[in-house]
Design a protein around this ligand. Structure first.
Ligand SMILES: [Zn+2]
Length: 409
């Protein structure tokens, strides 16, 4: 089956120049040709774009498929079958918003990946990490301070995260996730907002533990993505070989940003989660200690992006949203980023840069011959109007892997 997107203004995922309208030919799930003259192909299905914009599908590099509510502690302990049903719906909704690829940051696993591959459920391409790894008392330890350890021999383990302590335990846990097909390993190396006992500025995991995880991931050409808010923590990540620094909300020193850039690491800001918890009321019911932690990251996030940009750090794009009421904010991440970055940089982050981060730059993130046909037709100019993504009805055609998910033209 050949499909031609005719007469489209193409943003190819990288180039800032949108030239004259092109005709993009899709065959067997991949882009075959980007033609300047209208090809004559008998039997091809034509999608006349009428000079609308065509771009690669969006990529969310910090996504949570297992995110039915902000009460992460309860989510972490729900029956796995119930969580799978939630994840199925949450993934389908993300695809509907134009996200054709997501990188999950805790909980999505080989089961969800298989369900997607086989067509049992619909959703974005999934890069998963399995369970996120936390030290005891770290961001992934969902126990309250009052909860004891009944037998003293097990740490904490839920659907999203588990605790591991010491290089040997860490090595085994990382190998286990990799055995189950994890595309990346998730560690928590600083405190976080939505966890009960860890101060935000706490250092988590020893250098040796982080190094073991990086080394094991590298043995399969995978890498570590690390939850990290603090400036010091981000510098430590760069020094220890962490490839993807998540949130990075308190990065403030040029020196830190330069070390991240020199290491070739990425920072993945997540403005949507702060927006959702702060303004939109999602965080109203937060316990006092979590509220305080939220306030301390809110202001820094935009500044951190500026510090990273001016020092040449590769910036991905992620959202980190939980709760059905907040999920629709996912597409607003581009507009939020546009407050401190040029639209072209934001669009690159959401497509080609994220693809490189996810190690799938030869597959997705660009419109070029041979790439998978993950394509969006927009009825707005993305270089002028990043807010357009917020309204999914302004994405009249949505294709993933050559399959038409939506066509309302
Ligand atoms: Zn997250």
């Amino acid at each position: 089956m050949i499909i031609v997107f005719s007469d489209a203004r193409v943003f190819d995922g990288h180039c800032a120049e949108i030239g004259d309208p092109r005709h993009v030919v899709v065959e067997d799930g991949r882009i075959r040709e980007v033609a300047t003259t209208r090809p004559t192909l008998s039997g091809a299905l034509e999608i006349p774009c009428g000079q609308r914009y065509l771009m690669p599908g969006l990529i969310d590099a910090h996504f949570h498929a297992c995110s039915p509510s902000w009460d992460i502690r309860s989510a972490d302990r729900m029956p796995a079958s119930l969580m799978a049903c939630h994840a199925s719906r949450i993934l389908a909704d993300a695809l509907d918003r134009g996200f054709t690829t997501v990188r999950d940051a805790a909980g999505a696993d080989v089961g969800l990946a298989r369900a997607l591959e086989s067509g049992l459920i619909q959703g974005p391409r999934l890069r998963y990490c399995g369970r996120a790894l936390s030290q005891t008392g770290g961001h992934g330890d969902m126990r309250s301070a009052e909860e004891g350890e009944p037998c003293g021999c097990h740490g904490y383990g839920g659907l999203l995260s588990r605790t591991v302590d010491g290089p040997d335990e860490l090595r085994r846990a990382v190998r286990e996730e990799l055995r189950q097909g994890a595309h990346q390993i998730k560690l928590f190396v600083s405190g976080g907002v939505l966890s009960p006992t860890d101060p935000l500025r706490m250092r988590q995991f020893s250098d040796e533990e982080v190094r073991v995880a990086v080394e094991e991931a590298a043995s399969r050409e995978r890498y570590v993505m690390a939850h990290c808010h603090t400036d010091k923590g981000a510098a430590r990540c760069a020094a220890l070989g962490v490839r993807s620094i998540e949130h990075g909300t308190l990065i403030e020193r040029d020196e830190t940003a330069r070390s991240i850039a020199a290491a070739g690491a990425f920072v993945v800001p997540t403005l949507s989660v702060i927006d959702a918890l702060g303004k939109s009321g999602g965080g109203k019911g937060l316990p006092h200690a979590m509220r305080e932690k939220l306030d301390s990251v809110g202001d820094g996030a935009f500044r951190a992006i500026e510090v990273c940009r001016r020092n040449g750090v590769k910036l991905g794009l992620g959202t980190d949203l939980f709760d059905y009421a907040s999920h629709p904010l996912q597409s607003g991440e581009l507009e939020l980023r546009g407050r401190v970055e040029a639209p072209i940089d934001v669009l690159r982050s959401a497509t080609s840069v994220n693809a490189e981060l996810l190690q799938i730059e030869d597959e997705v993130g660009r419109i070029a011959p041979g790439m998978r046909a993950d394509l969006l037709v927009l009825d707005f100019d993305p270089l002028r109007e990043l807010s357009g993504f917020r309204d999914k009805t302004r994405i009249p055609v949505l294709m993933q892997g050559g399959r038409i998910v939506r066509n309302t033209l």
